[in-house]
Design a protein around this ligand. Structure first.
Ligand SMILES: *Cc1c(COP(=O)(O)O)cnc(C)c1O
Length: 425
């Protein structure tokens, strides 16, 4: 791609972008009285305009049907779990029975650990990338302690080589092999929130299985962003949230993936609730938990119908746009951002992109190490309408999403960047 630093080039790219029409289906906030250049879908995706109608529909069902809404009407709440499956399956590369929307992300991590972390005196270690998202760190620490092990000994944190910002696949695989029979689980991010690196989930899963360990991934930043093929990669389990790239609203429902090979494993330890129990028998109110087939068997509570309605509004947009098309645009859009940052900030010494250059090892996000100016750089950009985010100690994350960001957004950011460098260079 021959990128150019010009408004005309950006306008031409937008004019021939087959996904450009989706931008108008989202609501953009204002910051500092300007329409935002919104590069923060990695933290909270924008609201689809259709969300209001999807919510109104369920509010009407509730108003008109009351408790009968559970079993009446075409959207009977009793079966609410089914609706999101086709879209979730496409987005994460799964069979429909391998996915279900439920709970929140950290809760689901714990529930999946109940099934997939059953340490013994010999096999009790967990491999994770160093600097994992705090919730994941707390989850691992407390799971390990819950089983009576010492987090210092049980949790193996992988750090990049001296002078490098991201992990090399060969080093991850070597550590898995090295831990061998002591390794119970690899539990990493799919896309690392701080560096923006996408890990080779397929290779990691194979390596974990080769030593008799499970492989599970936190896909908070990968879902709706990177192309995922969880079923074919043989991943054991995964979970994600829906409010980042999946644009489903603050704190909205999470989703899980459990590979088909565990679909009929009632013997697998789990914490159960009535919504995971055989749907046909549920209202017999009898003793004896009989899990539903597939991921559904991990549900505990009845579905959050209003949350799922907002979720569905966004998922329907994903289905229409198609993950492969989105990813195609995303590589070019993020490539344009990378080109402009390098072109403009070049040798200034103010910042450095730490996200891998290889498109296969990243999603839409670029992480910038700020070497000079610190958080003032971020504030300066924000004052000009750029919404990214600042992560301590010194990273700004910018995530142009292919659904609602344009090449013109990226160009406008570049102008702001150029202007700001006069202050910090
Ligand atoms: C966003 C994020 C979370 C948030 O967890 P919640 O339970 O949804 O609050 C957890 N882990 C990772 C890796 C995240 O990026």
């Amino acid at each position: 791609m021959n990128y150019q630093y010009s408004a005309q080039f950006a306008a031409e790219m937008d004019a021939k972008d087959p996904l450009a029409r989706f931008r108008d289906q989202f609501l953009f906030p204002k910051v500092q009285d300007k329409q935002a250049i919104y590069f923060c879908g990695n933290s909270l995706g924008l609201q689809p305009k259709s969300v209001k109608n999807y919510l109104t529909q369920e509010l009407d069902n509730w108003a008109n049907l009351g408790v009968d809404g559970h079993f009446h009407g075409e959207d009977a709440w009793y079966y609410a779990r089914k609706k999101s499956k086709p879209a979730l399956a496409e987005i994460v590369g799964a069979q429909e029975h391998e996915v279900v929307a439920m709970n929140n992300l950290s809760v689901n991590l714990h529930l999946l650990m109940v099934s997939f972390y059953q340490p013994t005196a010999e096999r009790y270690k967990i491999i994770v990338e160093a600097g994992a998202f705090p919730s994941d760190q707390y989850m691992l620490e407390t799971q390990v302690k819950f089983h009576g092990f010492d987090p210092e000994k049980a949790i193996i944190e992988l750090t990049p080589r001296e002078g490098e910002h991201t992990l090399r696949t060969e080093d991850i695989l070597a550590e898995i092999k090295e831990q061998g029979d002591a390794l119970a689980l690899v539990n990493m991010a799919g896309l690392q929130y701080y560096s923006g690196q996408v890990f080779d989930m397929k290779a990691i899963t194979s390596a974990a299985h080769a030593v008799g360990a499970y492989a599970g991934f936190d896909l908070a930043h990968a879902v709706g962003n990177a192309v995922l093929d969880l079923h074919d990669w043989g991943v054991d389990f995964a979970t994600w949230c829906s409010y980042k790239y999946l644009n489903s609203g603050p704190g909205n429902v999470s989703g899980i993936f459990v590979h088909e090979r565990f679909a009929e494993r009632p013997d697998l330890p789990r914490f159960a609730g009535w919504w995971g129990h055989d749907e046909g028998q549920r209202f017999l109110m009898e003793k004896g938990f009989a899990p539903m087939y597939g991921a559904d068997g991990w549900q505990l509570s009845n579905s959050d119908v209003l949350g799922l309605a907002a979720h569905q509004a966004s998922l329907d947009i994903f289905l229409e746009a198609g993950m492969k098309n989105l990813r195609q645009k995303s590589e070019v859009l993020t490539g344009y951002l990378e080109f402009l940052i390098e072109e403009i900030s070049g040798e200034s010494g103010v910042l450095e992109i730490i996200t891998p250059k290889d498109p296969a090892q990243r999603g839409c996000q670029l992480s910038l190490h700020i070497h000079r100016g610190g958080k003032d750089v971020f504030d300066e950009w924000y004052n000009h309408g750029v919404v990214g985010d600042w992560r301590n100690p010194n990273v700004i994350r910018l995530a142009p999403t292919p659904l609602y960001n344009s090449f013109m957004d990226v160009f406008r950011f570049a102008e702001i960047l150029e202007h700001s460098l006069k202050k910090f260079a």
